[in-house]
Design a protein around this ligand. Structure first.
Ligand code: NAD
Length: 375
């Protein structure tokens, strides 16, 4: 059985499937066909894939039963796939229902990484977490780079320079990695998250947990719930003094399936001191900070506001390595006796399957496309 790896648009992603992946897939019984140039954006030449045992080809779909990529397969590629071809990638089905309809109509079995259930057994396949780890680290480094002052305390013969004060909002996978990185650089960090479990997690990575007199917001699967507008306004009011007193603010808050919550208004940023820095990881999905722009640094009041855009691609080495291992682990789960044989009774397999045998299995997308009344 063949696994195909297409070259992806370098403008959109610099994360690639690393050559390491090849040996792991061949040892599972697959042969691997990599499109020429597939690893270029992440710094891997065709030769490295060949040396790892892959075929380097012009058309990675030819003869491939399984196609693995990072971005969703483009619709014009899907229309050329044979029925029962399998695709494994990020897919974001609700954002691109037309693509899901195409996958369904072409009889493709499509798996989406972001739908892998977040249970302990699936941790090694959790590409959302692996990419959030990279993003969280990057946010801390961006803040340190933009801030024109030390992160750590410096006591010198010429005097003492106090450490930078950082506030982090959202302490999930990315936020905790941001906190840990800022702490390693010596900054004083305070952080807030709406989930009850977060305060202990924040303290465990060396920051002070900001405790607000507000109810916590636990949703299903360990995620946060959306705030009401009243609570959001009160949260902003209570957080304003912490933000005004910070040298850098880093926001990483998200609610699955929703636009990012607006946590910080432009007025709150304007109250920050001259030279302050704001890093909004959520800029691409609506923004935690009013006025942030994905892929840009804008000035709001006294602050430089950096908006994240495809942040894992800014560190293609580790992002690619971790993603490739997530792919290998998911494919391993779906392999039996050297053949691709996913067990649809398995909660992980079923949970991340979006289309199969001409049907849409991801219920919200199915309801969107086919109407809620269909089976
Ligand atoms: P995420 O990217 O959806 O959200 C990031 C963070 O933003 C979350 O911690 C959330 O609580 C927070 N947030 C949302 N609204 C907020 C608001 N109004 N104000 C402040 N913070 C807000 O989440 P994630 O980082 O992918 O994961 C969150 C949690 O899920 C983890 O901390 C963990 O408990 C759980 N998780 C479990 C597994 C597993 O068991 N395999 C894997 C990954 C994550």
């Amino acid at each position: 059985m063949r696994v195909g790896v297409p070259r992806e648009s370098a403008g959109e992603t610099r994360v690639a499937l690393v050559p390491d992946l090849v040996g792991k897939l061949t040892s599972l019984g697959y042969d691997v066909a990599v499109q020429s140039g597939a690893g270029e954006a992440a710094g891997h030449a065709d030769k490295e894939y060949e040396e790892a045992g892959a075929l380097v080809v012009d058309d990675p779909t030819e003869g491939a039963q399984v196609l693995v990529s990072i971005l969703p397969p483009p619709a014009d590629l899907v229309s050329t796939l044979k029925p029962e071809t399998v695709t494994i990638s990020f897919l974001w089905p609700i954002r691109s229902p037309e693509l899901v309809a195409e996958l369904r109509d072409c009889g493709v079995t499509a798996f989406a990484f972001e739908l892998v259930p977040r249970i302990s057994r699936a941790q090694s396949m959790d590409a959302l977490s692996s990419q959030a780890l990279v993003s969280g680290y990057r946010c801390a480094i961006v803040a340190a780079g933009l801030l024109r002052r030390f992160f750590p305390l410096n006591m010198t013969a010429a005097g003492t320079v106090p450490p930078a004060e950082i506030t982090v909002l959202g302490a999930g996978v990315a936020g905790l990695q941001t906190i840990a990185t800022c702490r390693r650089l010596g900054a004083v960090v305070r952080a807030y998250d709406v989930r009850a479990a977060a305060a202990e997690e924040i303290r465990s990575v060396g920051a002070q947990a900001i405790e607000l007199d507000l109810e916590t917001l636990e949703g299903a699967g360990g995620y946060a719930r959306e705030m009401t507008e009243g609570r959001a306004a009160r949260q902003r009011e209570l957080l304003a003094p912490y933000i005004a007193a910070s040298d850098a603010l880093i926001t990483t808050a998200a609610v699955p399936g929703r636009a990012a919550p607006l946590l910080v208004t432009a007025d709150m940023v304007e109250a920050m001191r001259p030279g302050s820095v704001v890093v909004d990881l959520a800029a691409e999905s609506g923004g935690n900070v009013e006025g942030s722009r994905p892929g840009q640094v804008v000035r709001i009041g006294n602050a430089q506001v950096w908006g994240g855009q495809n942040v894992p691609a800014q560190m293609p080495g580790p992002a690619s390595k971790l993603y490739a291992q997530n792919v290998v682990n998911l494919v391993t789960l779906m392999t039996a006796d050297e053949a691709f044989a996913p067990d649809f009774e398995d909660e992980i397999v079923r949970g991340c399957c979006v289309t199969r045998q001409g049907e849409i299995l991801h219920e919200p997308t199915r309801a969107l496309l086919e109407g809620a009344s269909q089976p």
